[in-house]
Design a binder for this molecule. Structure first.
Ligand code: 5AD
Ligand code: SF4
Length: 431
């Protein structure tokens, strides 16, 4: 038996898919190279904006034909499944199998049910009591050097545009012991970089009377782990304690993804982000003080309801001020059942498009400027891959670099001298 899984959305979904693969491979399934070859086809979906929803429905249309031909089982899980529940079946009756973000551990039972010819649908409204069974599932990962480790689930913030608190539930921290056990196992398997994941990872521990900085310290104590990263932090929960730990712990990479979403205080308030532009910028300043050479990446929403030219101008100001290494920008997309869904003064799509292209243009010039800082420098790279005679890996500041070298260096730390640096990455030579 073979399975094919297509993952949409964020790293949390990637991490969930790794556990889903764990369940399926535990049942004896092998991975298929295409949906045509698979007995079970699973879509792990995202619903953060309208576009991912559309992508899922158009793919389901194609899969329907494959199912008619091969009799394959079609499953849908993840955030769209969670948001739509059984109503998804009205639009996509070909779906045989559905489960929530909360019950991946029920997959074994559900797959067996679907293979016996029954519809296997189990969408839970709330996380179940035995949710922690998820951590007993051994994930199947592709990479051998870097690994995602989910440390918390859900989100207690109430950003007015965001569907995540609905699809992923309240904030639940995974226990320290469970996280450390997984990190130790990864280290024994040869993993050298762990990336701690959560919708709001900086809030880890708030519900179990601990602080994220404590988690960082303990993960850094694991022998064999050289680098630690984490995503995503909310500016409000980015405390001086966390910043200090980042600066003190050599293994924590000096890079942070810290979404600011909008530069205008009026828009930030409508978004219920609970900070002002100045407060955001002072967090950046604090981090720069504690963490030598730290670089940042961010998320921005363009065209939130009622955003004026002046509001948008403040977003550009923040980009200029911080000089992010990477900016993920999105046109506002109204999500059903979120407070911003029917906020007045929708911004027309052509205005969103034009603002977006101005933002991208500005970011391109910033990237060209900051890329020059790397030229001629020596960088430590953790080699992740070997492709067509080139080694590929990242700097601690999260820039991709490629250079010639021996395949044996995959999984090792090397030093390179940077010979070329562009918006897309670095090229260098081993020293
Ligand atoms: N419309 C556009 N972008 C959104 N994001 C979240 N919700 C929406 C929405 N409704 C963006 C935010 C978030 C990133 C993962 O997606 O920038 O940080
Ligand atoms: Fe998409 Fe958000 Fe769900 Fe991630 S948590 S898959 S970004 S909706």
């Amino acid at each position: 038996m073979k399975y094919f899984i297509k993952t949409f959305g964020c790293q949390m979904n990637v991490s969930d898919s790794e556990r889903i693969r764990g369940v399926l491979e535990g049942l004896g399934f092998k991975v298929a190279q295409s949906p045509e070859e698979a007995d079970v086809i699973l879509l792990n979906t995202c619903t953060i904006r309208e576009k991912p929803d559309q992508k899922v429905f158009s793919l389901l249309g194609e899969l329907r034909k494959i199912k008619q031909k091969n009799g394959s089982i079609i499953g849908v899980c993840g955030c769209l499944a969670q948001r739509m529940g059984e109503s998804l079946l009205h639009k996509a009756p070909e779906v045989d199998l559905m489960f929530s973000s909360f019950n991946i551990h029920s997959l074994e039972k559900l797959v067996k049910q679907a293979m016996a010819g029954y519809k296997a649908i189990e969408i839970l409204e709330e996380p179940p009591e035995d949710e922690d069974k998820l951590w007993d599932i051994k994930p199947v990962r592709d990479g051998q050097v870097c690994a995602y480790v989910t440390v918390m689930k859900g989100c207690d913030k109430s950003c007015t545009y965001c569907v995540v608190p609905k699809t992923r539930g309240r904030q639940r921290s995974r226990s320290l012991e469970s996280i450390l056990k997984e990190v130790r196992e990864l280290s024994q398997m040869g993993v050298r970089e762990v990336h701690l994941l959560g919708q709001n990872v900086t809030a880890w521990g708030q519900d179990i009377n601990m602080g994220f900085e404590e988690l960082l310290r303990r993960v850094c104590e694991v022998e064999g782990i050289w680098r630690v990263r984490f995503t995503t932090g909310h500016p409000k929960d980015m405390t001086p304690e966390i910043a200090r730990a980042m600066g003190e712990l050599e293994k924590v990479c000096p890079h942070l993804h810290l979404p600011f979403q909008a530069g205008s205080d009026r828009i930030l308030e409508l978004m219920q982000r609970n900070y002002t532009r100045e407060e955001y910028l002072s967090k950046i300043e604090m981090l720069r003080e504690y963490v030598k050479g730290i670089t940042f990446s961010t998320d921005v929403i363009v065209g939130f309801p009622s955003e004026t030219e002046e509001d948008f101008g403040w977003t550009l100001e923040v980009l200029k001020e911080v000089e992010f290494e990477q900016v993920f920008s999105f046109k506002f997309s109204p999500r059903p059942e979120t407070p911003a869904y029917d906020m007045p003064f929708e911004v027309p799509d052509e205005v969103k498009t034009s603002r977006m292209s101005r933002l991208l243009e500005l970011q391109k010039s910033i990237l060209e400027k900051i890329s020059r800082y790397y030229l001629g420098t020596t960088q430590e790279i953790l080699v992740e891959e070997y492709q067509d005679g080139k080694l590929i890996g990242r700097t601690p500041s999260n820039r991709w670099a490629s250079f010639s070298g021996d395949k044996e260096l995959v999984g090792k730390r090397v030093k390179i001298k940077v010979l070329k640096s562009s918006a897309y990455g670095l090229e260098g030579e081993l020293i």
